[in-house]
Design a protein around this ligand. Structure first.
Ligand code: FES
Length: 103
């Protein structure tokens, strides 16, 4: 069972196998959506607008640390994905991981 550490919030949460970073944030009562996405959250479907639930993965191996990017990340959130961030609701950790939430 991987552990996710939310660096800005100084919280570490266990995630069941197959669970997402978004699930872990919910468990820790951390709200990831900001701005318009907070007003109209998609509840983990990968369709929020703006920065959605983007997080930065603080790991030396971002490719193997989490599940591969989904088509929603590549299609709806191309700019976020290309900037090295991932949608928390679309990626599952494979190992213990530290993430940085967006201000
Ligand atoms: S929760 Fe809406 S895009 Fe992730």
């Amino acid at each position: 069972m991987p552990k996710i550490t939310f660096e800005m919030e100084s919280v570490t949460v266990d995630v069941p196998d197959g669970g997402t970073i978004w699930d872990a944030a919910g468990k820790a009562r951390i709200v990831l959506q900001r701005g318009f996405a907070a007003a109209h959250p998609c509840s983990g479907k990968g369709t929020c607008s703006g920065m959605a639930c983007a997080v930065f993965l603080r790991t030396g191996d971002p490719v193997n640390a989490v599940s591969p990017p989904t088509w929603r990340e590549k299609f709806f959130h191309r700019r976020i994905f290309k900037s090295g961030k991932r949608l928390a609701c679309q990626c599952s950790p494979r190992h213990d991981l530290t993430v940085v939430t967006m201000p």
